[in-house]
Design a protein. Structure first.
Ligand SMILES: Cc1cc2nc3c(=O)[nH]c(=O)nc-3n(C[C@H](O)[C@H](O)[C@H](O)COP(=O)(O)OP(=O)(O)OC[C@H]3O[C@@H](n4cnc5c(N)ncnc54)[C@H](O)[C@@H]3O)c2cc1C
Length: 407
């Protein structure tokens, strides 16, 4: 059973409108060899078939529908509009979760549980060990309210980039090719001038969007919300309000000052502000920044990735964006999914057992999908061992995951 507090599945990918998949492939110059395949590839294939993808950019509405279809085809019972509010535990065993779904409180028991709430809600409610924030400063990454804009003339935008490269990050798209994603970041002078006259929040550093499959649409990863903790509703309330204020400012500036945006309009903001970092599990293995940088390999590998450490800094904190050498990749061990002090709880996705730096690389969508698939395989195989996840022989987990192409 999949329990979800929103009315649809997908989380940050759909409710948060985070619509480009960051790098999960090795580029050998002529082709891309994916490090994550399996269910994630099925999702991609079905979105392509539905016209919902342009390269690694996807339509959030296509994702919602396709992901629900995949779950239904796999025989998963989905319970949406349902919030997990408590965990019943005896000793090291989780017995049940309490849920609230608008009608009444209910208790749902299971043999094995997977925490993919992003915020580690199950870990927290089960009083399992977790960490939050930078090991020295306690800082958490900045939050961002994504938004979707329509009516963009992409050809004009990329011509502007080609004409005034100093105003943009050098990796911005300079040539429009139909069927290829447009990725543009910068507008440095527009941003600085607007801040000076008070037309833009100080925290915004640049405008950044990637194009979406529908013609003339872009998803903006631009707002920058500082100093708030995404695992607190009180602070999230401030983030939601401040994020939507920033959206209004950016949309007005795009329309009045940026080439290709004269007839643009706001389609929607994320249903929820995007949260990059909150609780991380303390598992049997803790993935570190060193593991990411060195391309660590493990005897119990269940997932792979090659995205580097990417920290969106707070005020007075330097942002970090590192890249692995092309061809390198790291593995994620099963032990990073096993939560200490519990025997039938796994975690995957954003709350995986890691240091702050490790999490800053592992948090991207493809890796979250790969660790989620691995947790699902281990959970299902653990049923013959009463849900004790460490009893599952690694060879049989590897058998399934290597067939799916994830290890
Ligand atoms: C602003 C921003 C930009 C990003 N940019 C990129 C990018 O460009 N490319 C990329 O690949 N990655 C990007 N990421 C990272 C990536 O999107 C996320 O880390 C990833 O999607 C997290 O997936 P998840 O499944 O672990 O958690 P989530 O997507 O957060 O899913 C958790 C789900 O659990 C549900 N839930 C939570 N608590 C409860 C509860 N108590 N009861 C019931 N349901 C609950 C939520 O509603 C949600 O659906 C970005 C993230 C952010 C925030």
């Amino acid at each position: 059973m999949l329990i979800e507090r929103d009315g649809f599945v997908g989380g940050t990918s759909t409710a948060g409108l985070v619509t480009p998949f960051m790098k999960y492939w090795i580029d050998d110059g002529t082709s891309r060899r994916p490090l994550v395949a399996g269910i994630f590839a099925e999702l991609n294939d079905r979105m392509i078939a539905a016209g919902g993808m342009v390269e690694n950019g996807f339509s959030p509405t296509a994702f919602r529908r396709v992901a629900a279809d995949l779950l239904a085809d796999a025989g998963v019972t989905i319970l949406v509009q349902t919030m997990i509010t408590d965990v019943l535990r005896s000793g090291k065993t989780l017995r049940a979760v309490s849920v609230h779904n608008g009608v009444s409180g209910r208790t749902l028991s299971a043999s094995v549980f997977i925490d993919t709430t992003g915020d580690g809600d199950l870990l927290f409610l089960a009083e399992a060990p977790w960490k939050k924030g930078d090991e020295k400063t306690g800082l958490l990454q900045a939050l961002t309210m994504f938004f979707r804009v329509g009516g963009i003339v992409m050809e004009d935008v990329v011509q502007d980039v080609a004409r005034r490269p100093g105003q943009f990050f050098d990796w911005s798209t300079k040539k429009f090719v139909p069927g290829q994603i447009v990725s543009v970041a910068g507008y440095h002078e527009v941003v600085e001038r607007a801040k000076q006259r008070g037309a833009l929040a100080d925290a915004v550093q640049y405008f950044f969007f990637t194009s979406l499959p529908a013609s003339g649409e872009g998803a903006f990863n631009t707002t920058n919300i500082l100093g708030l903790d995404g695992s607190s509703s009180v602070e999230l309330t401030r983030a939601e309000i401040s994020g939507r204020r920033q959206v209004t400012q950016v949309v007005a500036l795009l329309k009045s000052e940026c080439s290709g945006f004269q007839h643009s309009y706001l389609i929607e903001t994320g249903i929820q502000v995007g949260v990059r970092e909150t609780r991380r599990a303390v598992g049997d293995y803790v993935m570190t920044g060193g593991d990411i940088r060195s391309g660590a390999k493990f005897p119990d590998a269940v997932a792979r990735g090659n995205y580097g450490v990417d920290i969106h800094g707070q005020k007075d904190e330097k942002s970090v964006m590192e890249y692995l050498r092309e061809g390198d990749y790291y593995e994620v061990p099963a032990r990073a999914l096993f939560v200490q002090q519990t025997e039938n709880l796994l975690t995957a996705g954003r709350s995986i057992s890691s240091t702050r730096e490790g999490q800053a690389a592992l948090r991207i969508q493809a890796t979250a999908a790969a660790t989620g698939e691995a947790a699902g395989v281990i959970a299902s195989q653990s049923l013959v061992y009463n849900g004790t996840v460490r009893s599952v022989p690694y060879a049989s987990v590897r058998g399934v995951l290597s067939k799916s192409g994830n290890v």
